[in-house]
Design a protein around this ligand. Structure first.
Ligand SMILES: *[C@@H]1O[C@H](CO)[C@@H](O)[C@H](O)[C@H]1NC(C)=O
Length: 219
């Protein structure tokens, strides 16, 4: 069968949309071959999940994907998931995604200290492969293959990026605006304040926790 070029394009477009729509929310994989944190607890798809982060080990990397509702179609925005040993973000690693019209829409690693957050461009390019970030239907969807060993990093960056395959971490999801490519801080209260997991999880290569669901969310 020969398809007219236009229908072929339409078909490609629909296929691309479908694959995008199911890209991150692998909810049926949660607890089976992926670890997930769903907000709110027990949400089942992109319509009822406000945010979801999923992870899956692939040899020495973690496939991490993040999806959350964005506030405003016309705005440049970011979403990030923080990895914290203590439910504060005092010296912690963030996997974040930028959705922008003018600067690259992609994923980065950043370091959060009590007072500020700094994007780690060098560490991001060394540790994140196949990073992507796209908007779809009012949501931000992004992910990357995160190399879990930090050997390649400078000694400075080694102090700024947790080796998340060791230890256990509370997760936090935050969103905020991007102004000319720079993140503005997320809100600290109200409905735009970060979500914090009630329990920590682990990202060890072979332990059973690597397919953990952490569903509990602090109000
Ligand atoms: C901050 O975290 C890094 C990476 O996990 C660690 O090596 C460093 O010792 C920590 N610094 C402080 C002051 O806790």
């Amino acid at each position: 069968m020969i398809m007219p070029f236009k229908s072929l394009l339409a078909l490609l477009f629909v296929t691309a949309q479908l694959t995008t729509a199911i890209h991150v929310t692998h909810v049926s994989d949660c607890g089976v071959n992926r670890g997930c944190w769903r907000v709110p607890e027990g949400c089942t798809n992109s319509a009822d999940c406000k945010a979801i982060v999923t992870w899956r080990h692939h040899r020495t990397s973690l496939t991490i994907e993040l999806e959350a509702g964005l506030q405003n179609e016309g705005n440049d925005e970011w979403i990030g998931v923080g990895f914290s040993k203590d439910r504060q973000m005092g010296n912690d690693t963030v996997f974040e995604c930028h959705f922008s019209e003018t600067t690259p829409s992609t994923a980065y690693l950043s370091h959060n200290s009590a007072k500020r957050n700094v994007v780690l461009e060098k560490a991001s390019s060394l540790l994140l492969k196949d990073a992507y970030a796209e908007r779809f239907d009012g949501r931000g969807i992004c992910g990357a293959e995160w190399k879990l060993d930090n050997f390649a990093l400078s000694s400075e960056d080694k102090r700024l990026v947790h080796i998340i395959s060791s230890g256990q971490y509370y997760l936090m999801i935050a969103t905020g605006n991007l102004q000319k490519g720079k993140k503005e801080m997320h809100k600290m209260s109200g409905k735009l304040a970060p979500w914090i997991s009630n329990e920590p999880t682990r990202f060890c290569h072979r332990c059973s926790a690597s397919v953990n669901n952490i569903d509990f969310v602090k109000a």
